[in-house]
Design a protein around this ligand. Structure first.
Ligand code: CP3
Length: 367
C-alpha cells in the first residue's frame, strides 16, 4: 500500500550489512564498495528517466528519487545505496533560488555579494517543511530497497555550500567566496553557523526518515589552505558530527556511521580522523598506505580510486584495485572512487571495479 511506504517504520530487515560492519571496523567477508554518483548520467536508464525533466523537480519527487537510487543496484552488486538528491537543496531551503542548467551546472541567479545579503536568508528554516520531500524519498526508498543494502543520506558541508551561495555556481578559484573569509570573517562565521544549524536538523531528519549512514561532502576543501581549513571548515564539520550524534542519543535513536569527505584536504587528514566521524573519505591524491599511517588505524577509510581509472581496460582496473585494497588493508575499509563517476564512463567498467573489489578483498581475507 502506497501510504504505508511513506511511514518510517517496519522497514524490511537488512540482508547485507557489510558496509555498516566495515564502518564500525568489524570483520567482513569482503570489502564493501559503492561509488559516489553511482546514480548518474553514465547509465542509459538514468538519462532516460531524467530526460526532459528539470533537475530540482526530479529531486522533489520521492518516486523519481527512489527509482534513480535503485537503478545502479539492479546492475551492480554495490554494498550501499545513496539517496538521489543534491547538496544544493539546503541553500534552496534557506531561501535562495538555484537552477540546474544542463551542460553548465548549478546557477544561483542572485548569489550573496556582501554581508548585508545575509538578510535575504530565512532567519529560521522549517527543515521539515522545506526539505520534507527528501525525507519522503528516503522513507520510500528504504522500503523499496527491501533490505538489500543500507541507504545513505548526505549533505553538503557548510564551507562548500557557502562557496556556492557566494560564487553563484561552479568556480575554479572560489575567489569571491574566499574574499569573504579574508575580508568578512565575522559574516563568514555567521553564515557558516546558520548553515550548520540547518544541516544538523536536516541530517537528523534523514536518519528519522530511514537513512542508515550519512556522508558530509566538503567538496571545496582543496581551495583552502590549512589555516583557513582549521578556521572555516573543520570546526563546523566537527560540530555537525557531535550535534547529530548527541541528538540521536537524546531522541533514543541508534547511532549511524558518519562519513566526512573533504575532497583535496590531504593536509587535514589527521584532524579529520579525530572529528567524531567513523569514516574518512579520501580523494585519489592520497596514497592508501600513508593515509593508514597518518590516521593510526583509528578510523575506517573510504576511497579512493581515481575515477579516470575507469577509462582503463577491465584487466588494468582489476590491477589498480588490487593495489588499492592491499594498500588500505581489508579491515576498516570501504572501497569507493576518489570522486564521482563521470557521465561518459562505460557502465561495464563500473561493474568491473565493483567485481575487482569483491574478488581481490575475498582473496586477501581468506589468505
Ligand atoms: O552520489 C550519488 O549518486 C547521489 C546523488 C548526488 C547528486 N549530487 C546527484 C546529481 C550527490 C551525493 C550529489 C552531491 C553534490 N552535488 C556535490 C558533492 C559531491 C561532489 O561532486 O563534489 C556537489 C558539488 C553537487 C552540486 C552539483 N550538482 C553539481 C556540481 C552538479 C553537476 C552539474 C553537471 O551538469 O555536471 C550537480 C548535478 C547533479 N547532481 C547530477 C546528479 C546525478 C547530474 C545532473 C543531472 O542528473 O541532470
Amino acid at each position: 500500500d502506497k501510504d504505508e511506504l511513506i511511514v518510517p517504520k517496519d522497514f524490511p530487515e537488512l540482508k547485507n550489512d557489510t558496509f555498516l560492519r566495515a564502518a564500525r571496523g568489524e570483520e567482513v567477508e569482503h570489502v564493501p564498495v559503492w561509488c559516489m554518483r553511482q546514480a548518474g548520467r553514465y547509465l542509459p536508464e538514468f538519462r532516460e528517466a531524467r530526460a526532459g525533466k528539470d533537475f530540482f523537480e526530479t529531486c522533489r519527487s520521492p518516486e523519481a528519487c527512489c527509482e534513480l537510487t535503485l537503478q545502479p543496484l539492479r546492475r551492480f552488486p554495490f554494498d550501499a545505496s545513496i539517496i538521489f538528491s543534491d547538496i544544493l537543496v539546503v541553500p534552496q531551503a534557506m531561501g535562495m533560488d538555484v537552477q540546474m542548467c544542463p551542460g553548465k551546472g548549478p546557477i544561483f541567479p542572485e548569489p550573496l555579494k556582501e554581508p548585508d545579503d545575509l538578510q535575504r536568508l530565512r532567519p529560521k528554516v522549517d527543515v521539515a517543511a522545506e526539505l520534507g520531500y527528501v525525507f519522503k524519498a528516503i522513507t520510500l526508498t528504504r522500503h523499496k530497497l527491501e533490505g538489500k543494502v543500507p541507504l545513505l543520506g548526505f549533505t553538503g558541508a557548510p564551507w562548500t555550500l557557502m562557496s556556492y551561495m557566494i560564487e553563484g555556481g561552479g568556480s575554479t578559484t572560489h575567489s569571491k567566496a574566499k574574499r569573504w573569509l579574508y575580508r568578512h570573517p565575522e559574516a563568514s562565521h555567521k553564515l557558516l553557523r546558520q548553515l550548520t544549524d540547518v544541516i544538523v536538523e536536516y541530517l537528523l531528519g534523514q536518519v528519522k526518515a530511514g537513512a542508515q549512514a550519512l556522508q558530509v561532502f566538503e567538496s571545496h576543501t582543496g581551495c583552502l589552505g590549512p589555516a583557513e581549513f582549521k578556521e572555516f571548515s573543520l570546526p563546523y564539520l566537527r560540530d555537525i558530527a557531535r550535534r547529530v550524534k548527541d541528538k540521536l542519543k537524546e531522541s533514543g535513536l541508534d547511532n549511524v556511521p558518519m562519513i566526512v569527505f573533504a575532497k583535496d584536504g590531504h593536509y587535514g587528514l589527521e584532524e579529520l580522523s579525530q572529528s567524531h566521524y567513523e569514516v574518512v573519505g579520501l580523494d585519489w591524491t592520497i596514497d592508501p598506505r600513508s593515509a593508514r599511517e597518518r590516521t593510526g588505524g583509528k578510523v575506517c577509510l573510504q576511497g579512493n580510486m581515481d575515477p579516470c581509472a575507469l577509462y582503463a581496460t577491465k584487466d588494468r582496473i582489476s590491477e589498480i584495485v588490487k593495489k588499492m585494497v592491499e594498500g588500505f588493508g581489508t579491515k576498516g575499509y570501504i572501497a569507493n572512487l576518489g570522486h564521482g563517476v563521470y557521465p561518459d564512463m562505460d557502465p561495464e567498467c563500473v561493474g568491473a571495479f565493483v567485481d575487482a573489489v569483491h574478488t581481490h578483498s575475498r582473496q586477501l581475507i581468506n589468505r
